[in-house]
Write a protein that binds this ligand. Structure first.
Ligand SMILES: NC(=O)c1ccc[n+]([C@@H]2O[C@H](COP(=O)([O-])OP(=O)(O)OC[C@H]3O[C@@H](n4cnc5c(N)ncnc54)[C@H](O)[C@@H]3O)[C@@H](O)[C@H]2O)c1
Ligand SMILES: [Zn+2]
Ligand SMILES: [Zn+2]
Length: 382
């Protein structure tokens, strides 16, 4: 089969690999019909994540058709159209029993923190991902769900990560009726968080980025106010002005480890690897919420420490909440919102790229070229 293969930072190739085999009676093999590149894949692409091994296949946002099932799989049969959450999880451990699917203890030998994620380095379990024609899905009775007949493929694929994560980000913000929510990052996660904030009762939603074409999307798709941080000496001061000098009630970091806006932070994280990611967006979030406010962190960071303003967060009495999204937990409500037309994930799709050309897709998404917001990957056999 054809699969995206990592050859080192900024080096992606499409290579022939064996079609994955059933390795455990609980496995299924899925023929991928649609995948996506996530902002998290860019951290891998840029060589930010430890133990990203050459030869692995990325891709944790995908849907497909069941090609083969292991002998103990009961809920799926060959030919079923399925969506697969980006987390691999067992469904029964201490953490899964509490809905913390992204922290499953049975799927990753390094599972002291994160559980397992398809195609997300050996730090997240070392499983190959879905930017390929086929992918092995462990615990096939637990993670995947049948795609409802009424749901379009391009909506379903984004519910396996970007949209679910944005929704989760708003949820962790504990938004109260009328709250002002500020979202850092107008990528697919930030756009979804902004839109979801309204569904949770926000009275005002402000999105921050420095890419005007994405801020435009935040206005049209998420009905948000927007600010380009590149136009202000100090975006935090500007946000204070916009919020009666108190600050927002809730801030959501949807930018993550490679946030721009701080040259030294960028050099010390991306280039020198002295910290687990640039804390610019998370520090702006801490600074721009009011005392007693909540900061929800959806942006991904490496396991090393980052220079986060913890003292200010303590002294302001903030609540900090964060996790990798436990995707399947969000699906019952998200299915309703998509069915009722409140959320249309496919609105964010800007590119549909054949798997053979995935290297160009990575380059375009990474460099934010051609108005790229969300690139989908289409395997040729689909
Ligand atoms: N927690 C989870 O479960 C989870 C799931 C998916 C993605 N993520 C993470 O969420 C983040 C966003 O993902 P995405 O797919 O939307 O990525 P993306 O790269 O498309 O979007 C990130 C956006 O942040 C903007 N940005 C950069 N610096 C900023 C700053 N200082 N302030 C405000 N905006 C800034 C960029 O211009 C870009 O538009 C990534 O770090 C990704 O790894 C986490
Ligand atoms: Zn992702
Ligand atoms: Zn588990």
């Amino acid at each position: 089969m054809q699969a995206m293969v990592y050859r080192g930072p900024y080096r992606i190739r499409v290579e022939e690999k064996d079609i994955p085999r059933i390795e455990h009676p609980n496995d299924a093999i899925i023929r991928v019909t649609l995948a996506a590149i996530c902002g998290s894949d860019l951290h891998l692409y840029h060589g930010m994540l430890p133990d990203t091994r050459v030869g692995t296949t990325f891709g944790h946002e995908f849907i497909g058709v069941v090609h083969e099932v292991g002998s103990s799989v009961q809920n799926l049969k060959v030919g079923d159209r399925v969506m697969v959450p980006f987390n691999i999880f067992c469904g029964t451990c201490f953490y899964c029993a509490r809905g913390l699917y992204s922290n499953c203890h049975n799927v990753n030998p390094n599972a002291t923190a994160v559980g397992a994620i398809y195609g997300y380095s050996h730090t997240a379990g070392g499983y190959d991902g879905g930017q390929a024609e086929y992918v092995r899905v462990p615990f096939a009775d637990v993670g995947p769900a049948l795609i409802p007949d009424w749901m379009a493929d391009e909506d379903a694929v984004l519910l396996t990560d970007a949209t679910a994560t944005g929704y989760f980000g708003a949820q962790l913000g504990d938004i109260a009726e009328g709250d002002t929510v500020v979202v850092f990052g107008a990528g697919p996660v930030g756009l979804s968080a902004a839109l979801s904030s309204w569904l949770m009762g926000a009275g005002r939603v402000i999105v921050i980025d420095h890419l005007d074409y994405r801020l435009e999307k935040a206005r049209t798709m998420a009905h948000a106010e927007t600010c380009n941080f590149g136009e202000y000496d100090d975006i935090v001061v500007h946000l204070k002005r916009l919020t009666d000098h108190l600050g927002a009630d809730v801030a959501i970091d949807a930018a993550g480890a490679e946030a721009d806006g701080g040259f030294l932070q960028h050099i010390s994280s991306s280039k020198l690897k002295l910290q687990g990611g640039s804390p610019v967006a998370v520090n702006w979030a801490i600074d721009s919420v009011r005392k007693g406010g909540t900061v929800s962190i959806m942006g991904a960071y490496g396991p090393l420490f980052s220079q986060v303003k913890l003292g200010d967060a303590v002294n302001k009495g903030l609540t900090l909440r964060m996790n990798q999204c436990p995707v399947k937990r969000q699906w019952p409500r998200l299915f309703e919102h998509v069915k009722n037309g409140y959320i249309r994930p496919s609105d964010m799709v800007t590119h549909r790229i054949p798997l053979e050309h995935i290297a160009e897709g990575y380059h375009m998404f990474s460099a934010k070229l051609d108005g790229c917001i969300k690139p989908l990957i289409v395997p040729s056999a689909s």
